[in-house]
Write a protein of this length. Structure first.
Length: 307
């Protein structure tokens, strides 16, 4: 099914068609069985698959991420492909339970194992992959047994409006911040925003090497949308998008302010970290695991910004 540009474009865009995916995905016999994939309806035609239902899908991997799909007039648009071909096959079975319509496109928020690992199964089912322009081919696995290499069928350089099966999609390229290729997707008629890893709910985000200044700007852009439901990269979907976008923004702003003060005072990181009052975030899931690393990475990044 062809994908058309909307006659109205809210952002300038450069869209390039690249070569079709060259993918080879193998599910090994020793790999644990994929869990059942179930969905919940969160909009008139939108369904979400929550990461919490996929826990334990593959030991020694990062936790699974959220995914979803939107049923259009004659096809289905999937948002993220889950972490393996086996999981994606279960996702296809769940879609068939909801509708007999075929999957026409898969929109990727980020090329990592949790979101792109299932692309081979969706490609085999006839889905075209829409993602940020990768620059160089993105290698998601490289072992003695199998390697798969992914390239989008439709590569986006900038934010743009798309029309898929009569459904308007605002594809949001808001980086580089967390990563050059991070995307979010807003379905205005559905009122649903798939925010990818720009937002987590009920837990602290992992800052890693992100540019938090641009991350905050991206959250501000998403806050300006008229979203009624937010699907984060991880965590439960939210029917209070403004509040959850603000919660992530406030945490990042607090990190920048606290670490910026430490940098201005030439205060060693360990001393600054122990001095700062973290109590407002200490009860959130992941605080013990990621907060110190978030603070350290922000401290180093602020030094680079000021060099």
């Amino acid at each position: 099914m062809p994908l058309h540009r909307s006659p109205r474009a809210f952002w300038p865009a450069r869209v390039g068609l690249l070569a079709l995916l060259s993918l080879a995905g193998t599910v090994h016999a020793e790999e644990p069985a994929a869990p059942e994939v179930t969905s919940a309806q969160i909009g008139p035609s939108t369904h979400v698959v929550q990461e919490a239902d996929l826990a334990g899908a593959a030991p020694q991997r990062e936790p699974a991420s959220n995914a979803g799909f939107v049923v259009t007039a004659n096809a289905v648009v999937v948002i993220d492909a889950l972490g393996s071909p086996a999981l994606a096959a279960r996702l296809l079975a769940e879609i068939r339970r909801v509708t007999p319509k075929p999957v026409s496109h898969v929109l990727v928020t980020r090329f990592d194992a949790d979101r792109a690992g299932g692309l081979p199964a969706l490609k085999a089912a006839g889905a075209a992959v829409v993602a940020h322009h990768p620059g160089q081919p993105a290698v998601e696995a490289d072992t003695a047994a199998d390697t798969f290499q992914t390239r989008p069928d439709l590569a986006l350089d900038d934010s743009t409006d798309l029309l898929i099966g009569g459904v308007h999609v605002q594809a949001l390229s808001l980086g580089p911040s967390r990563g050059v290729q991070d995307m979010a997707y807003f379905f205005p008629e559905e009122g649903v925003l798939f925010a990818g890893d720009w937002v987590t709910t009920g837990r602290l985000p992992e800052v890693e090497q992100a540019d938090t200044r641009r991350w905050i700007a991206a959250l501000d852009e998403m806050s300006a949308l008229d979203a009624r439901v937010l699907v984060p990269g991880r965590g439960a979907p939210s029917n209070q998008p403004s509040a959850d976008l603000k919660a992530t923004r406030d945490y990042l702003a607090f990190l920048r302010a606290a670490m910026g003060e430490a940098w201005r005072r030439a205060e060693p990181f360990d001393e600054a970290y122990d001095r700062i009052d973290w109590r407002r975030y200490a009860d959130l899931v992941g605080f013990d695991a990621v907060n110190r690393a978030n603070a350290s990475n922000t401290y180093l990044r602020l030094q680079q910004e000021r060099d």
